[in-house]
Design a protein around this ligand. Structure first.
Ligand SMILES: [Zn+2]
Length: 410
């Protein structure tokens, strides 16, 4: 929800956020010095100090929790090896000093420090100067509806480029997945972000142009290297991310609506191998690394769960090289990135579309396999498989019911 504070209210919000993050910075310093990182330990150590800084009970606890969580994340990253070996510059940099908090880092508010008045579209929120009432907010009609029906738990107060937001957590129930009549195969690519087995392309060229233009501007700003250039760079990066997210939302919405309307499920390639699968020229590798392919899958996943559309992930190996007519698989079936031409039977077409058709075929095979018509009398190994990947797993938090490997063609 976007907040619409008066200038006075904005000043108080700004003061509040700064105070909370300064307090978190102090908490992080003390935690670092004492080597105490657990939530309970920090609470004992810091609660009175936080109160003395003008934070009331709940915000004090939130600040302490935020600090403890930040250390938990850092330690998990170190354990996972994301910051390199012991003694590497990055890891040393991260562990040699307390965690810092930006002055405008997000701050969580629970129902005791934040209450929503939906009829007047205002909130009442704790601030460092006492309770602030009648703080107006606004949002899209669909967002307001979701907020009214499903908001639960905490919200984050966030300031971005001088604008104020409350990020409210909503828990939207999922629909019971239906038995799909067939599958829509979805191929994700660079030129066409999404191509379906129905032959529908989603955006692509125009977005690639946009991204190239952004990359040019980025390079210019990076070359400048001044402080204001860096600020602009950050702002641009956020705008670009919003643009990409918007495109992904739109595409995901269309694909899910298509599937729901026609009673079909959605089949996606498991993305783990995508870097090896697509052949790219050097300048495109950067595109692949920065383009949120993964985000599109996530968006399709949650929108599908909400609509009861089953989603399946299939093995991506050779989907772009196999012929859907004669099943001949060879790299030479792809003379160029955009064109498929079967060496054996001569079938030709746009490569993305062929790949999507292959994904669909794999999903059909997989679905029969995980959903045998006579599961009760099938041999033991078949039964095990059907339990391991039964459709009920679609209802869980995961997008995939278990990987399905290959098909007779590959
Ligand atoms: Zn063929």
């Amino acid at each position: 929800m976007k907040l619409l504070p008066t200038p006075e209210q904005a000043a108080v919000l700004s003061h509040t956020l700064r105070a909370c993050n300064q307090a978190a910075g102090q908490a992080a310093q003390i935690a670092f010095e004492r080597g105490a990182f657990s939530r309970a330990g920090l609470q004992k150590l810091l609660y009175c100090q936080m109160k003395a800084r003008g934070l009331s009970a709940q915000p004090a606890l939130h600040v302490i929790r935020k600090t403890a969580d930040a250390y938990t994340t850092l330690h998990a990253q170190i354990r996972a090896g994301l910051l390199g070996e012991r003694g590497s510059p990055r890891r040393t940099e991260a562990t040699s000093k307390p965690i810092g908090f930006r002055p405008d880092a997000a701050q969580p508010f629970d129902d005791r420090c934040l209450s929503w008045q939906l009829d007047t579209r205002t909130v009442s929120i704790w601030t460092i100067r006492g309770r602030m009432k009648n703080l107006s907010f606004t949002g899209e009609p669909s967002q307001l509806k979701t907020l009214a029906e499903h908001r639960r738990g905490e919200s984050d107060l966030v300031c971005r480029d001088g604008k104020w937001f409350l990020m409210a957590t909503c828990e939207v129930p999922e629909a019971e997945p239906y038995e799909p009549a067939d599958w829509i195969g979805v191929d994700r690519g660079i030129a066409n972000l999404v191509t379906t087995s129905d032959g529908h392309n989603h955006q692509g060229r125009s977005l690639e142009r946009y991204r190239r233009r952004m990359a040019r501007v980025r390079a210019e700003l990076q070359a400048k290297g001044t402080k204001s250039a860096k600020r602009k760079l950050k702002k641009r990066a956020r705008r670009e991310a919003r643009h990409a997210a918007h495109a992904n939302h739109t595409i995901a919405k269309t694909v899910v609506a298509d599937a729901q309307r026609t009673g079909r499920g959605i089949a996606l390639e498991d993305l783990k191998g995508i870097r090896d699968r697509v052949r790219l020229r050097r300048h495109q590798r950067a595109t692949l690394a920065s383009w949120p392919f993964h985000q599109l899958g996530t968006f399709i996943g949650y929108k599908a769960r909400r609509a009861g559309v089953p989603v399946i992930e299939v093995d991506p190996a050779h989907t772009s090289q196999g012929c859907p007519r004669c099943w001949h698989v060879t790299r030479r079936n792809r003379p160029t990135r955009d064109v498929f031409y079967c060496m054996v039977c001569g079938l030709a077409g746009p490569a993305d579309h062929i790949a999507a058709v292959n994904v669909r075929r794999r999903a059909r095979t997989a679905w029969v396999f995980v959903n045998p018509p006579h599961a009760a009398v099938s041999p033991p190994h078949r039964q095990r498989q059907s339990r391991a990947a039964s459709p009920s797993l679609f209802r869980g938090g995961q997008l995939t019911p278990g990987k399905v490997f290959g098909d007779p063609a590959s």
